[in-house]
Design a protein around this ligand. Structure first.
Ligand SMILES: *Cc1c(COP(=O)(O)O)cnc(C)c1O
Length: 425
């Protein structure tokens, strides 16, 4: 087969590639659906990563919270390694020895009867949508094909065609229609907007308890409680997408715990795979998940032995409560330090307009006249801090929960230094 005529030739495999070669080759031979920072990581431990030239960086993104327990967490890696040597895949056509422990352990962690394991977050969201619709027809009695699900403005639930169809981000949805009908989009943070949108055919409200991709937006106090009440009053399922907010990040096992709210369905992913393999799941009671019968939903890799072994290690870590407490304590420190940046500098300028978040999760709004989020991320990278911008001039910080207070303080110092550099331009 001939190489495409306009493609650069691959560098011979016996010559070690320079950082520039690795960046150029990777960029030219992959679709440009991402715009990575120009750093090429080779190894990592805890909260720190090392690039191909041996330079170290503090990881303040943590794989969008997939690495809550740190890079190379010894308990997770040991479980994965032991499982790799023994059994990696059976398909769900057969049972394996890690499955029962995983589904029962995760169901217990969620306080639910049962779990349906999948792989990626988007697959778990799709699962929740399918289950809610089927529950609506079979249990609630909604007429065939009339079910609607209420979703939020600025949501992020993944990249499938159904999910991007109810996104309000033009980049996420543009050019991908026609879309799946049956979704109503309302303003995030307004219980009244949900109340107005609910009708007799509403089967679910799908919410991120904190909107991550939108810029770490925390809803007003009492919002989740009000959503719970509206759902209960109207026989509607409350689906909490805790894929990014859950499993320790906010200082609780789930972000919903902050208000003591229990949704009908948890949607989990990211950190459930321990930063090793994609593991996602939906957790709910039997009157909801019980609507699925053999052949009605599935996944070749969902609930595979390696995924379950890693998931079991993650559940064991979460059951200690250590990570939740650590995220709460370190989060308090991080938010205190970040809020200090809101104070005007010597020239009376405020480079940081707002700081939001909960636990070890922060969105920092930079004055857009000072620099773009991308420029700040690049400057932070040069100083050894890896962070990601979102929506213009917001920087989000979500380091692995194993990060130390000293590391965090240093990272905030680097952000302060970067901002004062931009301010003096
Ligand atoms: C990342 C994310 C998803 C999608 O997960 P993938 O594994 O990328 O499919 C869905 N919902 C939320 C809130 C997320 O943060």
């Amino acid at each position: 087969m001939n190489a495409p005529t306009n493609a650069p030739s691959n560098v011979p495999s016996n010559v070690p590639l320079s950082t520039e070669d690795l960046i150029r080759l990777g960029e030219s031979r992959s679709a440009h659906n991402y715009h990575p920072l120009p750093v090429v990581i080779r190894s990592a431990e805890g909260a720190w990563v090392t690039d191909v030239d041996g330079k170290r960086y503090l990881d303040c993104l943590a794989g969008y919270s997939s690495l809550n327990f740190g890079h190379g967490n010894p308990a997770i890696i040991a479980a994965a390694r032991e499982q790799l040597d023994r059994l990696t895949l059976t398909s769900r056509a057969f049972l394996h020895d890690q499955f029962a422990t995983f589904v029962s352990g995760l169901a217990d962690l969620c306080g639910k009867d049962m779990v349906l394991p999948m792989n990626t977050g988007a697959e778990a969201v799709e699962t929740a949508i399918k289950v809610a619709r089927k529950w609506g027809y079979e249990v609630k009695g909604v007429p065939a094909d009339q079910a609607n699900i209420i979703v939020m403005e600025d949501n992020f639930h993944g990249r499938t065609t159904t999910i991007v169809g109810f996104s309000t981000d033009p980049d996420a949805r543009g050019g991908f229609g026609p879309f799946t009908p049956g979704f109503r989009i309302v303003k995030y943070g307004s219980a009244e907007a949900i109340r107005e949108a609910v009708d007799e055919n509403t089967v679910a409200v799908l919410i991120e308890p904190i909107q991550g991709e939108a810029g770490v937006l925390v809803p007003p106090d009492g919002y989740l409680t009000a959503v719970r009440e509206i759902c209960s009053e109207n026989d509607v399922l409350f689906i909490a997408d805790e894929i990014q907010s859950g499993l320790g990040r906010t200082g609780d096992t789930f972000a919903c715990d902050h208000e003591g709210v229990v949704p009908d369905m948890y949607v989990l992913g990211k950190a459930l795979g321990g930063g090793v393999v994609p593991v996602s799941a939906v957790a709910a009671n039997a009157d909801i998940l019980g609507v699925l019968k053999p052949g009605q939903h599935g996944s070749t890799f969902g609930g595979n032995p390696l995924a379950c072994a890693v998931g079991n290690a993650v559940i064991t870590l979460l059951n200690t409560g250590v990570y939740q407490t650590r995220a709460r304590d370190l989060g308090a420190f991080l938010h205190t330090r970040l809020r200090e940046l809101i104070a005007p500098d010597a020239d009376g300028r405020t480079p940081v307009l707002a700081v939001r978040g909960r636990g070890l999760w922060a969105g920092v709004d930079i004055d857009p006249s000072l620099a773009t989020g991308r420029e700040v991320s690049e400057a932070l990278m040069r100083r050894g801090v890896l962070a990601k911008d979102t929506h213009g001039s917001t920087i989000r910080l979500a380091p692995p929960i194993v990060v130390t207070e000293e590391d965090l303080g240093w990272a905030v110092d680097q952000l302060a230094a970067v901002l004062s550099e931009f301010a003096s331009r």
